[in-house]
Design a protein around this ligand. Structure first.
Ligand code: SF4
Length: 374
């Protein structure tokens, strides 16, 4: 098997605040291979965004500090490089797309000028050549009449179209890895579907990898090849999207699935999120876990134990000497929840994502990538 494009090992990123040290990311490991989409999923505050920002050292320091871990990208160790040493990687080979496209665009420059600037940052293209490429990128991301809209300003574009422009800017550096942090959360469901289709298409065309952050399991079903479930700064479960959706192995993942709206009563995860300045001993999910036993409250977070091929879970019941069948019923009921949701909504999306997308039951009605807004 070839080396992964991105490898994150034992990453710890903390924030030193007046209230104490927030251990936002506390020893997480995951990999992304060329041409695949890996989704980081979990509740707000679970550490997904901080983990992504740590890869290219976008974490504000102070108060943030990457205290441990190793980040390797395409064979290069980025760990000890200062942010200034990441020129050519950040915004080039690794590009970011954030939730709010408005914040990524300068309101006083035309969108064409901003894409040209992004192109010339990574390439000494002439103004004319950069303009041609920028128009090509706008066309590729689905901006109608790209040539005439080149000189328009961000306020003249809708939210979905602005996000397409931001994706065009990200593509200007011809990235090998696109880090997309909740890029569709602020968009209506139809526009969201168009952006997800666009990202899937671009990934396939360019053999690009995508690291996608979301709290929405419906989005995960649409776009992921593999899933990494975060909770309280730790990884709870990792695996292929079909394995995780069909047999969620960690009680936290099972609980997330039961929160999906279904035909019956929609459940919530009881209890509250742990204090990030005072991490719990043992499994960080134990106060909210219906299967917790005494050993869950002691020591460190359980290691990621194999569930099946390329599927691991950080739960004692998957370790030696325990019977994972004790938590299987949770997986079965989570699967029933997703199936019920599918019955209610229909398998709205079709194509090669149909199995997992059907499980999560997106409700967009399968609109095409072309938006009719401006
Ligand atoms: S280790 Fe214990 S508390 Fe944590 S998920 Fe497993 S059973 Fe629940």
């Amino acid at each position: 098997m070839s080396d992964p494009l991105l490898s994150v090992e034992g990453l710890r990123t903390h924030f030193h605040t007046d209230e104490g040290t927030v251990k936002a990311v506390d020893g997480v490991s995951f990999e992304v291979s060329r041409g695949e989409t890996v989704c980081l999923v979990g509740e707000s505050g679970s550490g997904k965004t901080v983990a992504c920002e740590s890869i290219t050292k976008l974490v504000p320091s102070p108060p943030g500090e990457i205290v441990d871990g190793r980040v390797t990208f395409d064979g290069d160790d980025l760990t000890d490089r200062p942010p200034s040493g990441l020129t050519g990687v950040r915004g080039g080979r690794i590009a970011h797309v954030f939730q709010n496209p408005q914040g990524a665009l300068d309101p006083v420059y035309s969108i064409g000028a901003q894409i040209v600037e992004a192109i010339q940052l990574h390439d000494d293209a002439s103004d004319g050549a950069a303009r041609e490429r920028a128009i090509g990128l706008l066309e590729r991301v689905g901006i109608p009449e790209a040539g005439s809209r080149f000189d328009e300003y961000p306020h003249e574009f809708s939210g979905g179209m602005k996000q397409r422009v931001v994706i065009a800017m990200a593509l200007a550096g011809e990235p090998d890895l696109l880090i997309a942090d909740e890029p569709t959360t602020a968009l209506d469901v139809t526009t969201q579907a168009g952006i997800l289709d666009l990202l899937n298409d671009i990934k396939a065309e360019r053999d690009m990898a995508i690291l996608f952050v979301t709290h929405d399991l419906g989005v995960v079903a649409e776009i992921a090849d593999r899933v990494v479930v975060f909770y309280a700064g730790k990884v709870m479960e990792r695996g292929g999207v079909h394995a995780v959706f069909e047999t969620p192995a960690h009680p936290y993942t099972q609980a997330l699935f039961r929160c999906l709206p279904g035909r019956g009563e929609r459940e919530t995860i009881g209890g509250s999120f742990p204090d990030p300045t005072d991490p719990l001993d043992g499994c960080r999910f134990h106060p909210r876990c219906p299967h917790a036993i005494e050993v869950c409250t002691e020591g460190d977070q359980p290691p990621l134990e194999p569930v099946d091929a390329d599927h691991t879970a950080s739960c004692v019941f998957h370790g030696e000497g325990y019977d994972a069948a004790a938590i299987r019923e949770g997986a079965a009921s989570a699967a029933r929840s997703t199936a019920a949701r599918t019955d209610r909504t229909g398998s709205a999306r079709t194509g090669d994502r149909s199995d997992a997308a059907g499980s999560a039951g997106r409700t967009d009605g399968g609109r095409s990538a072309t938006e009719d807004d401006r």
